[in-house]
Design a protein around this ligand. Structure first.
Ligand SMILES: Cc1cc2nc3c(=O)[nH]c(=O)nc-3n(C[C@H](O)[C@H](O)[C@H](O)COP(=O)(O)OP(=O)(O)OC[C@H]3O[C@@H](n4cnc5c(N)ncnc54)[C@H](O)[C@@H]3O)c2cc1C
Length: 535
């Protein structure tokens, strides 16, 4: 039994940033996780053939490098060896079934130069410029607890830069789907083809509300920050964090599965599991889903019944599959421009991606899945042997418990068994090979992580959902994790962080950082008293 100022449960990016910020504020901290290394959905492994290093889960760091945790700890992480590889040229592309390619470069002008409709060039530039003009307000809202008075600050920043009409426009955008938003503004197909598939990375579909807000956020963030990957693989990100946490005196306790939050006098006082109990004098932060927090980690009576009920209603989004492929040579793209693009989508834009999402939501394996093709070795060749290549394929339109195949070919009667996993991975590889003739001859090994394995790896991945809960509008922003509140919970000294809380999934680490920042930043009256004391 050990005692700390704070215990942080869950060592994903939010647990890490919380622990680091608390320790920097002078608190003693234990960071607890059931895996044998920190990171959660951050890891790198030789999953196919020795010499091929794959980012098992997350890989792209635009959200991290634009977030507050990076602003605070970036110099320390770089001092401990973190190096990014990024693109200055080709950024992302979409190849449609008929082989048409829409290509975005870091440079906005180079991107719009490829647009067929002259009017779309100005519309695209103004989408990026408008976000740039209001980035401080929008970024502020995505990095703050919306249930606190501090949320008024970014709102007033946004009101000052956008005006009342601008604020109202943003509210409308947040109620609009990405497909509808782009259809209203662009005559040609390029913007939709490029950015509709990116909505999947926010847990949305092209027809989900809030896409109208998120399309410009995705596009502007990526043009601005690129698609950084960690040189030498995501494991080096963790190595740098481990050194920073060590320097700050954080105690890392891996291999500890927490079964309950310890309560004393109704307030959180630690966490406990099989054979261990860790005490916290000042705060317990849990990076879990609301379902786990209120359903099993806390006694049912610890929180008001409406909170427990709302937590039980918190629902997962679609499931995901990850496929890693080792290739003996470069990807033989039919359109050779794609060879230099770090991240390519196979999609027809909103049309095919929305249908694939609808099929998955209906329990069917999509006929024409959107395939996310990551080519990290284009940015960081150290991950593959000389002359080799590797593919990081992500599928985000899958049912956790399939009951049919939209193509009527694969047998789903036994769920995700080996035959179905291989059959579906085959469909994905065929789809890719249609744009890269000869691809199959270059394959040295394939590693597939099916939805059941995603869920088994991380209890936050409810039903194989990589984003810890549906990110539809009713479960986002003000309403994430629950309508009843933000990061503060009804249990004194217990704080909720992680992808299931605002601002949601991704590697920004914002929820952990902002809660820890709030806990370690003296209140305004205290600051005033301290100043008076000094005078
Ligand atoms: C395949 C995949 C690809 C992705 N790609 C990207 C990407 O490229 N860029 C990006 O920005 N985002 C990406 N994401 C999303 C991003 O990785 C996640 O949103 C983010 O890592 C979640 O961080 P988190 O802090 O919520 O914690 P998690 O990463 O979910 O980690 C939580 C940790 O807590 C542990 N834990 C939970 N309950 C307990 C318990 N009771 N006891 C002990 N330990 C417990 C879990 O085991 C886990 O280790 C991807 C996600 C997946 C799955």
């Amino acid at each position: 039994m050990a005692t700390f100022d704070a215990v942080v449960l869950g060592a994903g990016i939010n647990g890490i940033t919380a622990a680091a910020r608390l320790a920097k504020g002078g608190w003693s901290v234990a960071l607890v996780d059931d895996h044998d290394r920190i990171g959660g959905f951050i890891a790198a492994e030789e999953r196919t053939v020795p010499g091929y290093l794959h980012d098992t889960w997350s890989s792209w760091h635009p959200l991290f490098v634009t977030g507050s945790a990076y602003a605070a700890f970036g110099p320390d992480l770089h001092r401990h060896g973190l190096t990014y590889a990024n693109t200055d040229g080709p950024l992302t592309a979409t190849v449609t079934d008929n082989g048409t390619v829409a290509l975005a470069h870091r440079d906005v002008d180079a991107t719009v130069a490829g647009f067929a409709e002259p009017g779309d060039r100005d519309a695209y530039r103004s989408m990026i410029d408008r976000f740039g003009a209001h980035a401080a307000g929008i970024g502020g809202l995505l990095g703050i607890d919306l249930h606190t008075a501090s949320a008024l600050r970014p709102i007033s920043t946004l009101a000052r830069s956008a005006g009342r009409a601008g604020l109202e426009t943003y509210a409308r955008d947040a109620l609009t789907s990405g497909r509808a938003w782009m259809r209203a503004r662009f005559a040609g197909a390029e913007t939709d083809q490029l950015w509709a598939p990116w909505l999947l990375h926010g847990g949305l579909t092209p027809d989900s509300a809030s896409g109208g807000l998120m399309v410009p956020v995705f596009a502007a963030t990526m043009h601005g920050a690129g698609l950084p990957v960690v040189v030498g693989g995501a494991g080096n990100f963790l190595t740098a964090w481990e050194a920073v946490l060590d320097e700050l005196g954080v105690t890392i306790l891996t291999g500890h599965k927490v079964q309950r939050v310890v309560l004393r006098g109704g307030a959180a006082a630690g966490v406990a599991g099989d054979g261990f109990e860790i005490h916290a004098e000042r705060a317990v932060l849990t990076s879990t889903t609301p379902n786990a927090l209120y359903g099993s980690l806390l006694p049912k009576t610890a929180a008001p019944s409406e909170v427990v009920t709302a937590a039980a209603h918190y629902r997962p989004g679609r499931a995901a599959m990850q496929i890693h492929v080792a290739l003996s040579g470069p990807v033989p793209w039919a359109d050779t421009r794609l060879a230099g693009v770090p991240l390519v989508h196979l999609s027809d834009g909103s049309s095919s991606t929305a249908i694939a999402c609808a099929e998955a939501e209906a329990g069917l394996l999509p006929r024409r899945p959107t395939v996310v093709v990551g080519q990290q070795h284009v940015l960081d060749p150290t991950r593959v042997p000389d002359g080799g290549a590797a593919l990081w394929l992500q599928l985000q339109e899958l049912p956790f418990a399939p009951y049919g195949d939209a193509r009527g070919e694969l047998d789903t009667a036994d769920g995700w068994d080996r035959k179905l996993i291989e059959g579906y991975a085959g469909r994905v590889l065929d789809r890719l090979a249609a744009h890269a003739p000869g691809l199959r001859d270059l394959i040295r090994a394939v590693d597939v992580i099916d939805p059941i394995s995603v869920a088994a790896y991380n209890p936050n991945a409810l039903c194989g959902d990589p984003y810890a809960g549906s990110a539809e509008l009713d479960q986002s922003f003000w309403w994430r994790p629950l309508p009843a509140g933000g990061h503060a919970t009804p249990v004194p000294r217990l704080w909720h962080i992680g992808a299931a809380t605002h601002p949601g999934p991704g590697l920004g680490g914002a929820s952990g950082y902002l809660v820890a920042d709030r806990l370690t930043t003296p209140s305004r009256p205290r600051r005033l008293l301290a100043r008076l004391g000094r005078a």
